[in-house]
Design a protein around this ligand. Sequence first.
Ligand SMILES: CC(C)(COP(=O)(O)OP(=O)(O)OC[C@H]1O[C@@H](n2cnc3c(N)ncnc32)[C@H](O)[C@@H]1OP(=O)(O)O)[C@@H](O)C(=O)NCCC(=O)NCCS
Length: 321
Amino acid sequence: MPWVVREAVRDVNRAVGRRWHAIDPLLPDPGTLPTGCGEPLVVSGDNGRLAGLGVCVHQHIPPQSLNQTWGAADRFTLVPRLPGQDIAAAADQLLTQWRDHLGGVGATRGPDTSASVVWPSLDITGVQALLRHGLQPLTVIAARTRPNGPPAPPRRAYGVTIRSAGPADEEPVLDLELRLIRYDMHFGGPVWRTATAKLVRDEIRDSLARPDSWTWLAERNGQAVGLLVAQPPQEAGWIAGMTSKTPAAYLQTMFVEGQERGTGIGAALVRNLHARLDGMGVAVTLLHHSQVNPLSAPFWYRMGYRPLWTSWEARPANALR
Ligand SMILES: CC(C)(COP(=O)(O)OP(=O)(O)OC[C@H]1O[C@@H](n2cnc3c(N)ncnc32)[C@H](O)[C@@H]1OP(=O)(O)O)[C@@H](O)C(=O)NCCC(=O)NCCS
């Protein structure tokens, strides 16, 4: 990248950082733009001034990766940097350019493709442009910050015990994990793949083999009725850059058996985790939930989480308008 362009990118990033921090202090500084599939898309404003940049990243997720279960096999992601006042107009221009760019990429025509943009949830200025271009708010990264007071003691659900899972619990953990994936599939996020069950089993086996697995089961009369899996900060580095607070942990899986819901089991599992995280001084806990899952958003917001990033998606990718 020539020096002048690098300078311009740095200025845009600084201005975007100022905007983001004014909107939501939990947003991080914008990272350096990733290397995209070609030259950055450039939005020009009045008087030819630079009004924004965007980079398009193409990703093929192979079938042997569990990541393929979490979305389309071919993903086209726009990383936007819009610094100015008139975000709505700049977003519209950028999305138009991106649509035209993807129109020339043959791979976007397949059924197993997606086009997505991750947008700060509290930045409402671009929402109309995102909707107008055919993008849907599919997934939210929600965040909970550590409360200032002393850690709340874990609350227990009546007749239910919570315990750490170990290698002998592979079957019940797998069963609850797979039921969660099938449940979440109703909301257009995960895709069931030939290898899904095997890859989930492999991941569970690896994590349960660790001395401290960060996997908890809720049991009633010896039967597993709830599951929570989390990643402590040392494993959550892959998502920690999505927030300004550090250290960050990640809450990966949460599921309560259908007939047991609404009786306090989910809250007991989450409070057990929070007591541990708060005690360790973890500043923020992140999680993904489907925007349209009618059970998860009310539950998470009751547990102290709030939206941080929203992933807007068109699936297949050529549904982008
Ligand atoms: C989300 C889920 C884990 C919640 O577990 P749960 O055991 O039913 O939740 P609890 O009974 O402990 O509820 C805790 C609190 O949240 C509230 N709450 C839970 N679900 C709610 C809902 N759908 N709407 C409104 N409030 C809800 C409860 O009223 C309770 O409030 P209180 O503290 O004032 O009593 C459970 O519904 C579930 O497994 N859903 C399917 C899988 C899923 O969506 N997982 C999350 C994926 S991100």
